[in-house]
Design a protein around this ligand. Structure first.
Ligand SMILES: *Cc1c(COP(=O)(O)O)cnc(C)c1O
Length: 719
């Protein structure tokens, strides 16, 4: 039965009429956070579901007719199908959403949300990491709350890279061309029914961008793609890869996103009330908008005022390299065709991006966005302050307390990241409507009522799923790719399913200090190998393709995984993406985070872990500076000479070892007569109780509506 089902076969199957809308469901990523919809696809053909990494679009392409016929006459399956379809219609049409109730004026308008990456599902690889996950979670929650968001981004035909690791531990990047019939995307049609194609002036030529549409429940996403036959070969490549090119490719991509994005919205008949720039990449939005006003006869100043009134900007990192800056000449070259009637104001526009970060004046995309947005926010309370200190010079003469920078702490989309096991417990003990009210702290207090036995059973099951995933992945590498024995060992095949498991999954980059835990290898080895109380650490994460320092971190971790001194209790899981992230944040026992403070703006993986009962052990940076309350996880808190970064590393590592030896290991391994770690579960419950309501995307999106969108959408009193 399976021999005609190689992953390369394409056999478009005719759906039985009774389940004819399955294709439509597969093309709305809201299926991915709807439990019953996931169940429909999983039970349709479980082996194929696993084989395609939970990609229903691809599943429906590969599936033979038999399972379709089977479910089309299975009463229980059909009942679920009908419920899911009714809900889908409801989601798309409902008027009684939170936004409609609380902010009726806003609900009938639209908010354009620009981002260079969106992480919605592993089947749509147009994200690299945290920024994309945040954007994806923002869109999903906006759909749940009825916030009228329209996302604008890129369809990168080659996406971000897949990570492969050599026997020697060196990262190899593999770019795969996405077959668009495998992804939940469709050509976007303009109001008159034609495929949307937009012309973007670039230098002295014009580049065409095709537009794809992604449905995210109530929210729509428009993705620009320059891979059109009409374009020159080098222009077709412009949107090929996320963060794959040089400075010149980057500035051109940003012009297409900003200027092309505004034009796409116009072509699609959208008139946003608010423009949200998620990070500075989309800063050129303001150029196109000022230009549009100038063409209607406005002065530059009046146009800028109006743009400012309706633009909000979120900045995401205190790391200087995270803020794109280009030489003025480069920007001028590529903007040559974009000025229109704005041409006479060229100097004024370029001045908006002026910033000198020590290496001479550059055109800085963050400076542009800061000067052109009426409301700016950092992504945690601490990062709000750090942003003010970092960018104070943008607002000369404004006292520090009056700087126009707010803080809205990030959050994670709960239905996306919460495991079914924990969700089932919440349903039983908090009530069937817990998800509708999950940002209510009083409701979440009832997590403390969950019986230890039930919670422990769920935690053990989640760890078991993680190990089954790791072993299956190693098996595939071994059988399909002929991976060497060391790679199979490094992949975690010797891990103990019942041992205390620490997770560390994040981009391999300097400030995240991926190797900090190895500062004193002998002390670490004693912690890992203590008989009967073993500890194991799972690493995952990609290094940026151009970051050799990051790749060396990864290589040394890989070598540690093969060092017998650590007893096979260190592992590296390759190709970290949304799919891997789900298993890791749900299945580990502790989530470790040790950045160099204050360089982690927020971090979100720790929130995903914490709501699943995987408590956070972290430096008091980013969200943890406000999230830690003394008993919902652990704070790595060490004093060291601030002028000696080496001293801080050593002190932080010592603090981690002490926490592990004195607190984590005893709490996890001290069991009562029934084998239950009572003390551990107290921390697990506090973790879920405190993090679920406050660090949910629900709280975050409500904050954005209240503090940023609603004020920006308000019409000025006199005009
Ligand atoms: C959540 C997530 C991130 C961001 O995590 P941080 O804690 O900000 O490092 C990155 N990549 C993937 C795949 C994720 O799921």
């Amino acid at each position: 039965m399976t021999d005609n089902r190689q992953l390369t076969t394409i056999c478009m199957v005719q759906l039985p009429d009774r389940i004819g809308r399955l294709e439509e469901l597969a093309h709305d990523v809201s299926w991915s956070w709807t439990r019953d919809a996931r169940k429909l696809f999983r039970t349709l053909d479980y082996p194929l579901w696993r084989q395609t990494a939970h990609n229903p679009v691809r599943m429906l392409k590969l599936i033979p007719p038999e399972p379709l016929q089977r479910v089309a006459s299975d009463a229980a399956w059909l009942a679920t199908y009908d419920r899911v379809m009714a809900r889908l219609d409801d989601v798309r049409s409902a008027r009684n959403t939170w936004c409609a109730t609380e902010y009726g004026d806003l609900a009938s308008r639209s908010i354009a949300y620009f981002s260079a990456e969106f992480a919605l599902h592993q089947s749509l690889p147009i994200y690299a990491g945290g920024l994309g996950v945040l954007a994806g979670d923002h869109c999903k929650e906006a759909s749940d709350l009825g916030v009228p968001l329209i996302g604008v981004g890129f369809m990168y035909p080659q996406g971000y890279f897949h990570q492969d690791v050599t026997t020697d531990g060196w990262q190899q990047e593999a770019y795969e061309r996405l077959d668009w019939t495998d992804a939940p995307i469709e050509p976007a049609l303009t109001p008159d029914g034609k495929p949307c194609v937009t012309a973007v002036p670039l230098g002295n030529r014009t580049v065409l961008a095709a537009v794809w549409r992604v449905r995210v429940g109530r929210v729509k996403l428009y993705l620009l793609d320059t891979d059109l036959e009409e374009n020159a070969p080098w222009d077709r490549e412009l949107s090929a890869r996320l963060y794959g090119g040089d400075r010149e490719t980057r500035v051109q991509q940003e012009i297409i996103l900003g200027i092309g994005g505004v034009r796409v919205l116009k072509a699609m008949g959208c008139e946003p009330a608010v423009y949200h720039l998620n990070e500075g990449h989309a800063g050129f939005v303001v150029l196109q908008r000022i230009r549009d006003f100038c063409e209607k006869g406005w002065t530059f100043e009046a146009a800028l005022d109006e743009v400012r009134r309706t633009t909000v900007f979120t900045t995401h990192t205190p790391v200087a390299a995270g803020h794109d800056a280009f030489p003025f000449a480069l920007v001028e070259t590529h903007l040559a065709g974009a000025w229109g009637d704005l041409g006479g104001y060229r100097e004024k526009f370029l001045a908006l991006g002026h910033h000198d970060n020590g290496g001479g004046p550059m055109f800085n995309m963050t400076a542009l966005a800061l000067r052109a947005a009426g409301a700016v926010n950092g992504v945690s309370q601490l990062h709000g302050e750090v942003t003010k200190q970092m960018w104070q010079s943008i607002w000369p003469g404004t006292p520090y307390e009056k700087l126009p920078v707010k803080a809205i702490t990030n959050g994670v989309h709960v239905p996306t990241w919460m495991s079914s096991e924990i969700a089932a417990l919440l349903e039983t003990h908090l009530g069937a409507d817990w998800l509708d009210r999950h940002d209510d702290p009083a409701l979440c207090d009832r997590v403390l009522e969950i019986p230890d036995e039930e919670l422990w059973a769920a935690r053990q099951a989640l760890r078991a799923f993680l190990f089954s995933f790791i072993r299956e992945r190693a098996r595939q590498r071994w059988t399909n790719e002929g991976a060497s024995a060391p790679r199979i060992v490094a992949a975690g095949t010797m891990f103990d399913q019942f041992a205390l498991t620490i997770g560390f999954a994040r981009r391999m980059t300097g400030y995240k200090r991926p190797e900090l835990i190895f500062s004193d290898p002998d002390r670490l080895a004693r912690i890992l190998n203590q008989p009967g109380r073993n500890v194991q650490i799972l690493f995952a994460g990609k290094a940026h393709p151009a970051d050799d320092v990051g790749k060396h971190h990864l290589q040394r971790i890989y070598k540690r995984a093969l060092d017998p001194k650590f007893g096979g209790r260190i592992a590296f899981v390759d190709d970290y993406d949304l799919h891997v992230a789900h298993f890791l944040v749900q299945g580990c026992d502790v989530w470790m985070n040790n950045p160099l403070k204050p360089l982690e703006a927020s971090g979100t993986s720790g929130m995903k872990a914490a709501i699943n009962g995987t408590p956070h052990m972290s430096i008091g940076d980013g969200w943890w500076a406000e999230g830690f309350n003394g008993d919902n996880g652990w704070l790595i808190d060490a004093q060291a000479d601030p002028n000696d970064p080496g001293a801080q590393d050593w002190a932080d590592a010592q603090a981690m070892y002490t926490l592990l030896e004195q607190q984590l290991v005893p709490a996890f391994y001290d069991r009562d007569a029934h084998g239950i770690p009572r003390r551990w579960l107290r921390i697990v419950k506090q973790s879920i109780r405190t993090v679920l309501p406050r660090f949910a995307a629900r709280r975050m999106v409500k904050d954005y509506v209240r503090e940023m969108y609603a004020p920006a959408a308000r019409q000025p009193a006199t005009k």
